[in-house]
Design a protein around this ligand. Structure first.
Ligand code: ASP
Ligand code: MG
Length: 438
């Protein structure tokens, strides 16, 4: 017997038919002798629809009320799913985030989990019931409903899996797992059988949309094995674990979810996947005095306005070493505030110009094998130059190389690099069953 947390995204419970299919899967897992906790997202586009409705009433909805509104989407689906599971003769009870003991801070719309006390859930499961928990929500110290940010149900599921000591957290979506690149850009992308948590974190942090970043962080911190798979097929998806060869996994997971031994023994390839990101912008501050403390001043202003800086490059022109240019990238939503704050400090800092470029794209190549293999950057740059694509900024970690290109070169860059690293599948594998990719 294993304790399994299953998270179903909005596309998996979009309508009554989908809901019934999910209920069947939940009941089957329970009937196979496992303890099952389910986390569910709002049906289909419910969250977007609620946001649209609110926007028609006010341009500035109070954050507290917004969270009450948005949390309703998940409450609807948890109640309906519990009914559908009961209908199949398996006892199921629905719990809100607060009832499931998900305690958060009070930052509405982007609350962080500060404590997990899922006693009721644990009790229900011990008594042989299926517990169905509303994703994406918690309760603050002031007893207010909070939400965890868009896509936050993944985080609910992984946090519950960690707190309950689950054997696996299954993330159900409408594609067969994680792919070597976005199949909409690279139709020959292949399904990844396994990924380390570190690789998944790099991919999620650099634009891959399939998992909520905080969910991956949680999984890594608490060592929760994840299985990302489709609720529309029985296929094995992508296993994410830092010890994928852990033999314990095999006996513990149900046969439907049993990891294919091939997946465990396969030698890790050099490169696992490519993430891309269109949502960043670039700012260049020109002709700064090249003195100690100047960069600190620029970035403390960015920090004061809450801008999340990603890549940074400084160059000092050979012709005049007393000056420096600093370029950096940041989320597009942070750009205007940052430009205004820097402009206001122009005389104090003493720069010439602020140049703003919203039309950039970022490609990130990720693979744990990079750590021990030289030559990856040479190959990446060669592939891009053969495709006639210019590289603007570069940044690296131990297992990632990111480059910034022009926005309209990005798709071509992703395709070229995918082929150059031999990642193209021989047949098209990626199937999107539902339509929302969630
Ligand atoms: N329903 C929320 C959203 O659409 C949370 C989630 O689906 O994870 O963002
Ligand atoms: Mg942009």
């Amino acid at each position: 017997m294993a304790l399994i947390v299953q998270k179903y995204g909005g596309s998996s419970v979009a309508d009554v038919e989908a809901m019934k299919r999910v209920a069947r899967r939940v009941a089957d897992t329970h009937d196979a002798g496992h303890q099952v906790v389910v986390v569910v997202s709002a049906m289909g586009d419910t969250t977007d629809d609620l946001l649209d409705t609110a926007a028609q009433l006010t341009a500035k909805a109070p954050e507290r009320e917004m969270d009450i509104l948005l949390s309703a989407g998940e409450r609807i689906s948890m109640a309906l799913l519990a009914m559908a599971v009961n209908e199949l003769g398996v006892q199921a009870q629905a719990y809100t985030g607060a009832q499931a003991g998900i305690r958060t801070d009070s930052h509405h719309g982007r609350a962080q989990i500060v404590g997990m006390v899922p006693e009721r859930v644990a009790r229900a499961v011990k008594e042989g019931q299926v517990a169905i928990v509303a994703g994406f929500q918690g309760v603050s110290e002031d007893d207010d409903v909070t939400t965890l940010g868009r896509g936050g149900s993944d985080t609910t599921a992984v946090a519950l899996a960690a707190a309950l000591g689950a054997d696996v957290c299954e993330i159900y979506t409408d594609v067969d797992g994680l792919f070597s690149a976005d199949p909409r850009i690279v139709p020959k992308a292949h399904r990844l059988r396994t990924l380390t948590q570190e690789e998944t974190l790099e991919l999620a942090a650099h634009g891959a949309k399939i998992l909520h970043l905080r969910a991956v962080e949680f999984a890594r911190r608490y060592g929760v094995p994840l299985h990302v798979r489709s609720s529309f097929s029985e296929k094995n998806g992508t296993w994410i674990s830092d010890s994928p060869a852990n033999p314990e996994l095999e006996g513990l997971v149900p046969s439907a979810a049993l990891v294919d031994p091939k997946d465990l023994t396969m030698e890790k390839p050099l490169i696992s996947g490519i993430a891309h990101d269109r949502s960043q912008d670039k700012i260049t501050v020109t002709n700064l005095p090249n003195n100690p403390g100047v960069a600190a001043r620029v970035f403390s202003i960015c920090a004061q306005v809450g801008a999340n800086i990603d890549m940074i490059v400084q160059n000092v022109p050979v012709s005049d070493p007393t000056l420096a240019n600093i370029s950096f990238t940041l989320p597009e939503g942070d750009a205007q505030r940052t430009l205004e704050a820097l402009e206001a400090a122009r005389d104090e800092i003493g720069f010439d110009e602020l140049r703003y470029n919203p039309n950039i794209g970022k490609l990130s190549l990720v693979g744990a094998g990079m750590r021990t293999n030289p030559g990856v950057s040479a190959k990446l740059f060669a592939a891009l130059s053969e495709a006639g694509i210019n590289i603007d900024l570069i940044s690296t970690s131990e297992i990632r190389i990111s480059v910034v290109t022009r926005l309209d070169d990005l798709d071509r860059a992703v395709k070229a690099v995918h082929s150059a690293f031999g990642l193209d599948a021989t047949e098209t594998e990626a199937v999107v069953y539902g339509g929302t990719g969630r």
